[in-house]
Design a protein around this ligand. Structure first.
Ligand code: UFG
Length: 335
């Protein structure tokens, strides 16, 4: 019995593979390596002492997904595969809708053929849209998104809710991630953005390393404690452990449930810059720039439901996140 991780060679997928293997479960990874490196499989093995089965396939390719289900005894799927750049999704909406929705549908259809009943989905806090009712609670009704990437998450959530309703024996868990940062403490796996990073932490680590001249802080006139945007940053290893908890929950429960995976704490951009400088003793030069289109002022999670029903809570501090992100940036494995 194995857990299939689509997109399992990526940033969140690879950390989840490590935590699931550490808990004693077998892992199968399917990844087309569009945004990941084959060597990640070796590194997962180096960290855990156990090599996951690996299929270099596109999970929109139904015949190859079927062939994988034929060869492996897949008990559950954690679906990470998908395009994830917000800005790019605005430029290429059709690519995003086609890829993200197609991969989810294809995997679900093959699961149905093989009577595989547990599906855990990488959703995002982006489905809370422009709401200013923080903390974001799973029962929030006025959801909506500001970009096609977010809408793909929103639409796949709806597809899964409908599917779970029609097939009551299914167990579907929707995980709404807040802002995952940091890296495995071994320094062997982490986030490797293509080109100029869009997200804050990789931009900070590259600035500290001298790859970028300075960080642009997007806006200092938000209604927050220092005027810069507030987010709920969560260590990627804590997030990965949240997936283990969700998988174990799916073993015991049917139906569809949604959980936030965040810490419940909001830090501003300048809080993060200062925490990074303090944790690592390196300066992060920055300038204040214009607000970035589509950004909201404040976003952080209500963590009560995950604590109560999954028995999961994030444990790592902002110092851990900053230290591990810098350790990864400086190490040989991120090159
Ligand atoms: N920021 C900067 N400078 C940068 C990059 C970011 O000031 O160079 C600021 C942003 O304005 C924001 C904060 O840092 O206030 C975090 O920005 P990120 O781009 O790191 O993350 P977002 O909160 O915009 O987006 C993240 C994920 C999305 C997801 C969203 C859900 O990247 O995939 O959270 O809330 F949809």
């Amino acid at each position: 019995m194995a857990v299939l991780l689509t997109g399992g060679a990526g940033f969140i997928g690879s950390h989840t593979a490590v935590e699931i293997i550490n808990k004693g479960y077998d892992v199968v990874i399917a990844d087309n390596l569009y945004n990941a490196d084959a060597s990640v499989i070796d590194r997962i093995e180096a960290i855990t002492g156990k090599r996951p089965a690996f299929y270099q396939i596109d999970v929109a390719d139904k015949d190859r997904v079927r062939a994988m289900f034929e060869s492996e005894d897949i008990d559950a799927v954690i679906h990470f595969a998908g395009y994830k750049a917000v800005g790019e999704s605005v430029e290429k909406p059709l690519d995003y809708y086609r890829n993200n929705i197609d991969t989810a549908l294809t995997v679900l259809e093959v699961m149905k053929e093989y009577n595989c009943r547990k599906f855990i989905f990488s959703s995002s806090a982006t489905v809370y849209g422009t709401s200013d009712k923080v903390p974001f609670v799973e029962t929030a009704e006025e959801l909506g998104c500001t970009n096609p990437y977010g809408w793909t998450k929103f639409m796949i959530e709806q597809i899964l809710k409908d599917t779970a309703k029609a097939h009551p024996a299914l167990s579907v868990v929707l995980l709404r991630y807040f802002n995952p940062i940091g890296a495995h403490e071994s320094g062997m796996i982490g986030e490797k953005p293509n080109g100029i990073p869009n997200n804050l932490m990789p931009y900070i680590t590259q600035t500290a390393a001298g790859i970028r001249a300075q960080l642009s802080v997007f806006g200092n006139d938000y209604p927050t404690h220092d005027g810069t945007g507030v987010r709920d940053y969560i260590h990627v290893v804590d997030l990965a452990k949240g997936h283990v908890a969700a998988y174990e929950y799916s073993l015991k429960n049917e139906g569809c449930e949604v959980f936030n995976l965040g810490t419940g704490i909001g830090y501003s951009v300048l809080d993060i810059v200062k925490a990074f400088e303090k944790a690592n003793g390196v300066p992060v030069p920055y300038v204040i720039a214009e607000r970035r289109a589509g950004d909201i002022a404040t976003c952080y999670a209500s963590t009560d439901k995950a604590a109560e029903k999954l028995g999961w809570k994030a444990e790592k501090s902002i110092e851990d996140m900053c230290r591990d992100a810098w350790n990864w940036e400086q190490g040989e494995w991120s090159k």
